[in-house]
Design a binder for this molecule. Structure first.
Ligand SMILES: CSCCC(=O)C(=O)COP(=O)(O)O
Ligand SMILES: [Mg+2]
Length: 227
C-alpha cells in the first residue's frame, strides 16, 4: 500500500544529536532551577513537579529536591514525561529571547517541504514535549517550518520503543500503519514501529546500518515512490 503520511523522529533524524546534547540540554540544566523555584506554584508547573515526585518514588520531596532529581534526569537523558514538559517550558523562554534557534538539517528541510508540496501529511513523534517540538521547527535556523506539520506526538502517546505507541499514533492520524512511513535513528524505535505495521527508514547520519531496516544518511536519498 503506498504511503500517505510521514512520521519523523527529531534527535538524530531531522536534527543533530549535538544540538540536543550540547545546546538544548545544557540550556535546560542552567535555567531549570531558577525557572522551577520561581514558578513552582503555577498550576502547569506544579502538576509536573507532582509527577516528578510520583515517578521518582519521593512523594514528599521539597521543590529543591525535585530540582535535584530533574538535573539528574537531564544528565542521564531520562525520557521522563514531566522532565520533557518542563524542558519545553524553559526552552520556550530561550527561543523567545532569541538565545535558541532550532537545528534542522538542510536536507530534511528540503525534503519535508517537497513532500508536503507533493501531498504527503507530515507528523512528528519525539520524546521531547509537543511544545518543544513546535519550538524547534517553529523557531528553526531555516525559519518557521511549523506550517509543514499536520500533528505532533510525544511520550503522552507512549514510549518510543513500544509498538502500542505507534498503534495509538496511527489511529490518531486516521490511517492504517502501512500508509505511514516512520523515520528514526534508533533501531528499537524502528522495530516497534514495524511491529505496529508502519513502514520504516533508518537515518544514520554518520553512516552505518540500522539492523533490519533500510538505512540512509540523508533525507535527500529517500524515495517515497518506492513504498
Ligand atoms: C523536541 S527537541 C528536544 C528533544 C528531546 O528532548 C529528546 O529527548 C529527543 O528525543 P527524540 O525522541 O527526538 O530522539
Ligand atoms: Mg532520535
Amino acid at each position: 500500500m503506498p504511503i500517505k503520511a510521514i512520521l519523523t523522529d527529531i534527535e538524530g533524524t531531522t536534527s543533530a544529536v549535538s544540538f540536543v546534547f550540547d545546546v538544548l540540554f545544557p540550556f535546560a540544566a542552567r535555567h531549570l532551577p531558577e525557572f522551577v523555584l520561581a514558578r513552582a506554584d503555577e498550576p502547569e508547573v506544579a502538576t509536573q513537579l507532582d509527577a516528578v515526585r510520583r515517578d521518582s518514588g519521593e512523594p514528599d520531596a521539597s521543590v529543591q529536591r525535585v530540582v535535584e532529581i530533574l538535573l539528574g534526569w537531564i544528565a542521564e537523558d531520562r525520557k521522563a514525561t514531566p522532565l520533557k514538559a518542563l524542558q519545553g517550558m524553559v526552552w520556550e523562554q530561550g527561543y523567545q529571547a532569541g538565545q535558541l534557534k532550532g537545528h534542522v538539517y538542510p536536507d530534511a528541510v528540503e525534503a519535508l517541504r517537497r513532500w508536503k508540496q507533493e501531498g504527503y501529511d507530515l507528523y512528528v513523534y519525539s520524546s521531547g514535549s509537543i511544545q518543544a517540538q513546535k519550538l524547534i521547527f517553529g523557531c528553526s535556523e531555516a525559519g518557521d517550518l511549523s506550517p509543514l506539520f499536520s500533528g505532533y506526538f510525544d511520550t503522552t502517546s507512549g514510549p518510543k520503543r513500544e509498538a502500542d505507541s505507534y498503534r495509538r499514533i496511527a489511529s490518531a492520524i486516521g490511517r492504517p500503519g502501512e500508509e505511514i512511513l516512520f523515520l528514526s535513528d534508533v533501531v528499537q524505535e524502528l522495530d516497534a514501529a514495524r511491529e505496529a505495521g508502519l513502514q520504516t527508514v533508518g537515518l544514520a547520519r554518520e553512516g552505518g546500518v540500522l539492523d533490519g531496516h533500510e538505512t540512509v544518511a540523508s533525507f535527500a536519498v529517500i524515495d517515497l515512490a518506492r513504498f
